[in-house]
Design a protein around this ligand. Structure first.
Ligand code: OGA
Ligand code: ZN
Ligand code: ZN
Length: 451
């Protein structure tokens, strides 16, 4: 009967998904437990009869404890807020009820060691600090009252994917230079073409890293479509079904048709939905010579989700500006006139990063209240500086026969400048709707034996 009494102790390091969240069966199951109302209250734990009891408390993403009440309301409490509101005698003076805890001294990245619900239906949080353990107790009634601004209705329905028996996707792997270089996500073209298993491996890398390579692709213009036809179909855009990135002397065509350095960016943020998957197949390129002289045209890639997470954890005000300020991206070139607005970092209502839209070349004048202007430039600089650090970038010269595929709404790409009168560089590219690639991935995933 007293199932709610069993402490809900969960590993505080519970994994978190960045790009999609499926309600966990555990939380849903706990909601179905019988309601038990308190008749009495113990000293220090005054809870009202009609205040919904806490059913469970679990650590969640974004430095949050998720507390579910028996009326199916979920409140998301930030750890720093909970720590700041500890009511123990060393944090609040017993007689005057004035606060003894010095709020600015709290580590903004504080995390609890354990969350529990005790027999009085209090949320008990154990913190560890340099001075040893600290324990905070919160009544259900106090949390319910002060949690109103953090509350939403618990989403109770099973997800469509679960209903259809589709296997949940694995967690994403956020990467920097060292993580991705340790095991470069790459597959040989021959294997990719001949084996569904190899294709699955490649799609799996593409899903987890937002980046995957094929090696040894024959260097003719037919191969790009051949690759895409294995798992999806090409998404045609204003540049056609496929396009060439190479020197084009026609004035005003596009900056990619020059030898200009292209700083990190995502493509086509000015479209109603920027393409999710981009493929670049290298047909011709030049490598550093034996003396290491660099001809330029080096490619570089950065995991925008990882940089965004770093911003969230280390520069929360800047992160807030980048997730809440819509930016207009436009292109006006001959007949091309497209324009759309996004925040640079797009999050879902749960705070998970969904998309990155970043392209300094097509970003329009900031249209925002004047108090946002300087903070925006500050935030934009911090985000740019972080992604431009070498430690974040996978950088290499594409060789003829290499093909890179990347999630254009997650991974930023760029290339160093080169002299097109001396260097021959020809990439053949196209876009694919990313949900087509993921649909194939889900299908192959659901056919695989469970681990
Ligand atoms: C582009 C682009 C990359 C390259 O055309 O948008 O980013 O390596 N090109 O030339
Ligand atoms: Zn305390
Ligand atoms: Zn580009």
């Amino acid at each position: 009967m007293a199932s709610w009494k069993s402490a809900v102790v969960a590993a505080v390091s519970a994994g978190c998904r960045l790009s999609r969240s499926v309600p966990t069966g555990g939380a849903t199951a706990r909601l179905l437990q019988p309601h038990i109302r308190a008749k009495s209250s113990l000293a220090g734990s005054v809870y009202l009869k009609d205040i919904p009891r806490i059913v469970s408390a679990v650590p969640a993403c974004h430095q949050t404890a998720k507390v579910i009440f028996e009326d199916n309301k979920t409140a998301e409490f930030k750890y720093i807020w909970l720590r700041d509101n500890c009511k123990c005698p060393s944090c609040v003076d017993v007689d005057t009820r004035q606060k003894l805890l010095d709020t600015p001294s709290i580590d903004s990245k504080i995390k609890p060691k354990a969350l529990q619900i005790d027999e009085n239906n209090q949320l008990v949080i154990t913190w560890s600090s340099r001075d040893g353990e600290h324990v905070s107790h919160f009544d259900n009634s106090w949390l319910y009252r002060y949690g109103q601004c953090f509350m939403h209705d618990t989403f109770n329905a099973p997800s469509v994917l679960e209903e259809d028996g589709v296997r949940p996707r694995p967690p994403l792997t956020l990467w920097n230079r060292y993580i991705i270089q340790k095991r470069l996500p790459e597959v040989e073209f021959e294997e990719f073409v001949e084996s569904d298993n190899a294709m699955f491996e490649w799609l799996d890398m593409f899903y987890k890293y937002g980046f995957a390579m094929l090696r040894g692709v024959p260097t003719d213009r037919e191969q790009l479509k051949r690759v895409v036809d294995r798992f999806a179909y090409i998404k045609e855009t204003q540049y056609g079904a496929t396009w060439s990135v190479r020197m084009d002397p026609t004035p005003g065509v596009h900056l990619f048709s020059t030898g200009l350095y292209l700083q990190l960016h995502t493509d086509m943020n000015y479209r109603e939905n920027s393409p999710g998957m981009q493929l670049l197949h290298c047909l011709q390129a030049e490598h550093p010579d034996k003396l290491g002289r660099d001809p330029g045209g080096q490619s570089f890639f950065v995991d925008g989700f990882r940089v965004a997470k770093w911003m969230e954890e280390n520069e929360p005000s800047a992160y807030h500006i980048l997730t809440s300020t819509p930016i207009r991206f436009s292109i006006k070139n001959k007949e091309m006139r497209y324009s759309n607005m996004w925040p640079i970092i797009v999050t879902n209502p749960e705070g998970d990063v969904q998309e990155i839209h970043y392209n300094n070349r097509t970003m329009g004048p900031l249209q925002a209240p004047d108090h946002v202007v300087v903070p925006f430039y500050h935030a934009y600089k911090l985000f740019s500086q972080r992604m431009r650090e070498e430690s974040q970038q996978l950088a290499f010269h594409l060789k003829p026969g290499d093909l890179v595929a990347f999630n254009n709404r997650r991974v930023l790409h760029g290339r160093t400048g080169f002299d097109p009168s001396r260097v021959v560089r020809h990439l053949h590219g196209c876009y694919v709707d990313i949900d087509e690639a993921f649909s194939k991935y889900d299908h192959l995933l659901s056919k695989r034996p469970s681990l």
